[in-house]
Write a protein that binds this ligand. Sequence first.
Ligand code: ASP
Length: 327
Amino acid sequence: MNWYGRSLASAGLAALAGLGFLSAQAQAQAYPTRSITMIVPFAAGGPTDVIARIVTGHMAQTLGQSIIIENVVGAGGTTATTRASKAANDGYTLITGHMGTHAASVPLYPKLAYHPEKDFEPVGLLAGTPILILARKDFPPKDLKEFITYVKANESKVNAAHAGVGSVSNVSCELLNSILGVKPIGVPFNGTGPAMNALVGGQVDYMCDQIVNAVPQINGGTIKAYAVATAERNPSLPNVPTTAEAGLPAFQAQAWNAIFAPKGTPADVVAKLNAAIVKALDDENVRKRLLELGSVIPAAADRTPAALGTLVKNEIAKWTPVLKAVN
Ligand code: ASP
């Protein structure tokens, strides 16, 4: 069948589905018959947006339909996640969430309008993202030890950029600040894409962010990185020490991004989407782009919907006491 025949067939299936002539099972088998909306809960150009675009670009080829990214910003990603939780559970509206929207937000927002476990079907993990301690390039401290001394001495003057309460940048810097015993001024943005622009422009002092956002800037010398908060150095930034090497072993943080569907999305639809994620993560070009940006590609056992469900449960359990203590 040529493209015209295929699109006529899809249009026919979509029309039948719309009229209620197709059983749920037949609809799931035909899925997807039209484009899919992927909500990204932060501004374009940040880590969540970049990872979502890299992986869904390949998923769209596998699924034979376009995946349209919609950036919906606000409240540390929880505005978009609330919207996604209420979307039709037919596989045509999905969200790329992360450690903030689907774990840390639970203890931070007592009135959160969704629950990551009860209101979503986990679809699949896209990437792990180590956290870096970053600063504007002319911030006086030269290394992490000097940074610690400087921030402690100037705590009421220095500021830290983040992507809203509950975002990864907010939560991981809250953890860092509590280890250091400081309370700098927080400067919220709609995502760490715009926050990174402010760091490059020298309007803010420091930031804790997912590596994907930072590698091009660090390598271009437009910002500086004091340390990566993981046990090993990252291959994309061989000269950036770990927090343990730089003198702050207590600060360990790695975030993640993953796709979720509204609760009740048919299992066959979730399975099709998950298979498309797995195929994307095995694609040489997708892997190259993710690895160049420092992300960690999930191992096979971590790519299933069930594994993502377990990750969400464990991350809520991990971050709840940490964030209550920080507060
Ligand atoms: N990395 C951001 C965060 O702090 C969000 C983003 O712009 O992707 O959660």
